[in-house]
Design a protein around this ligand. Structure first.
Ligand code: SAH
Length: 216
């Protein structure tokens, strides 16, 4: 896999486009500028990797649109050294963005085929800041809790209690909630027992499903 001057140029234009759409967080924009998105897409879509669009990644899943990745990452307020749990590894692009910002990333995927493929890819790319798990993320990842941030990249019908409980006090959970259309929720744990909830913009995600799916 190579990252050419042409790819770098296209990435810079993507960053400009995200700025025009209202993304202002410089740390997030720097990460988008640094991570070669074409590494996370099928060869067939390489030409389009720097368009602000989602693309299929196999197994009926999609790599999120760059705008959505930037929007959610900005809401998480990632600081270097933060422990971040991602539910829905998919292509690994969102995990790579978080790692580029200096986070220690724990990412969970329910589809074994995607888990295996992406774990291998992240290793090849030398992404040592990301640890991958094959699990049902509706239960979170209690063994490594608490987290400074939790990000769910599939549309959830409800906010699983397990995720709130695995936040550190002061931690943030970013999750799209709803059936056909999802509203982005940002939930902050303000004490051991209290949470503050904000409902933000509408998005469309692939569904957040219970249980795991084994490779066939
Ligand atoms: N963050 C990904 C987005 C992938 S799409 C990226 O950057 O490419 C969402 C992913 O969430 C899919 O791969 C889907 O299989 C996974 N998913 C859905 N429900 C899940 C669950 N309960 N636990 C873990 N992963 C889940």
């Amino acid at each position: 896999m190579t990252d050419t001057y042409r790819h770098k140029g296209l990435r810079k234009r993507l960053v400009d486009a995200l700025r025009r759409r209202g993304i202002t967080d410089e740390a997030v924009l720097a990460a988008i500028n640094a991570v070669p998105r074409h590494f996370f897409l099928d060869k067939a879509f390489e030409e389009h990797a720097y368009e602000d669009k989602p693309f299929p990644i196999g197994n009926e899943q999609t790599i999120s649109q760059p705008y959505t990745v930037a929007y959610m990452t900005a809401l998480l307020e990632v600081k270097r050294g933060d422990r971040i749990l991602e539910i829905g590894t998919g292509s690994g692009y969102q995990a790579a963005i978080l790692a580029a910002m200096g986070a220690r990333v724990f990412t969970v995927e329910r589809q074994e085929a995607l888990y295996l493929h992406t774990k291998e890819l992240l290793a090849q790319l030398g992404m040592t800041g990301v640890r991958s798990f094959f699990k049902d993320g509706t239960k979170g990842l209690p063994d490594y809790a608490p987290y400074n941030g939790i990000i769910v990249t599939a549309g959830a019908p409800v906010v699983p209690d397990a995720l709130r409980e695995q936040l550190a006090v002061g931690g943030l959970l970013v999750i799209p909630v709803g059936e056909d259309v999802q509203y982005m929720y940002r939930i902050e744990r303000i004490s051991q027992t209290e949470y503050r909830e904000q409902m933000l913009d509408a998005f469309r995600f692939v569904p957040f499903l219970e249980g795991v799916q084994r490779k066939t």
